[in-house]
Design a protein around this ligand. Structure first.
Ligand code: ATP
Length: 265
């Protein structure tokens, strides 16, 4: 089911980025997340795994308040980023999402040029004073997303004209352009072929030098390859959370074992 040969990846940071306490999420009366507590570390890739409908994406979306955009969705409990309550009245969700960037399942570049896709966030957040500043941010972000060499001669071409894998890297460049601290990725490789998937996985490994990355994935092989910590969700509960190598080789909970051995899911 998973690659037991994957070398153990050590957690390199003990700095807490997010702390979530007793988080419940409801869609109308249906409870999708049932009292989740979790600590997410800086400069670490954390994978959320679990059967379809267990709440992985719902919980991920709590971390940058994307659930605010769903009228029937209600979040209770406490989520802190660097110690600050992200659901506090004083927090502007738009500013929060610049700090906590998100990459979605399906690459979704804006119908704009490659340059403008990346420049969009820095422009609306006033991160560049001059065109030259913006050029620097765009180049740096495209380099960070390992897309510069392929894109540098076609910056004025539409982002939608890139291949699927390139589009996803463009979306990663767009997310890193606002200098976020955390990157949330909701099944970022599910629409990609194996080569593009490998490129994005390599990129995730590089990004963790600078960011905390949280990735939802259906692929246990992918979780084992890219993450240092893994959280297993089941029916809205966070069943088990720990070092990826431990979760995959020696899970403590029967439900985790059933999932990773393919008996539930
Ligand atoms: N916008 C929504 N409106 C109503 N219910 C929703 C909404 N989004 C998710 N749900 C429900 O919340 C529960 C958790 O869904 P969620 O998408 O978070 O699970 P998931 O583990 O990410 O699933 P998958 O792996 O299939 O993407 C499910 O019962 C789902 O039907």
């Amino acid at each position: 089911m998973f690659d037991t040969q994957t070398p153990e990846k050590t957690v390199t940071s003990d700095t807490l980025k997010f702390t979530a306490r007793d988080v419940h999420v409801y869609y109308d009366d249906a409870e999708a997340i049932k009292g989740v507590n979790v600590d997410i570390l800086d400069k670490t890739v954390t994978a959320f795994i679990g059967p379809s409908g267990c709440g992985k994406s719902t919980f991920l979306r709590c971390l940058n308040r994307m659930n605010d955009t769903i009228p029937i969705c209600r979040v209770t409990g406490e989520i802190r980023l660097d110690g600050q309550d992200i659901y506090d009245r004083s927090i502007d969700p738009v500013q929060l999402r610049a700090k906590v960037g998100m990459v979605f399942q399906k690459p979704n570049p804006f119908p704009k040029s490659i340059y403008d896709n990346v420049a969009y966030g820095p422009r609306i957040h006033g991160l560049a004073n001059t065109r030259a500043d913006l050029d620097v941010i765009v180049e740096k972000s495209l380099r960070r997303a390992a897309l510069w060499d392929e894109a540098k001669d076609r910056l004025d071409s539409p982002g939608t004209g890139l291949s699927g894998g390139q589009q996803q890297r463009l979306c990663i460049a767009r997310a890193v352009a606002t200098a976020p601290e955390v990157l949330l990725m909701d099944e970022p490789c599910s629409a990609l072929d194996p080569i593009a998937t490998a490129q994005v996985e390599e990129l995730i490994d590089e990004l963790r030098q600078d960011y905390s990355v949280v990735i939802v994935t259906h692929s246990m092989q992918q979780a084992a390859r890219v993450s240092q910590r893994t959280a297993f969700f089941h029916l809205g509960h966070l069943v088990e959370f720990g070092e990826t190598s431990h979760i995959f080789t020696n899970p403590s909970d029967e439900r985790t074992e059933s999932y990773i051995t393919g008996r539930i899911g």
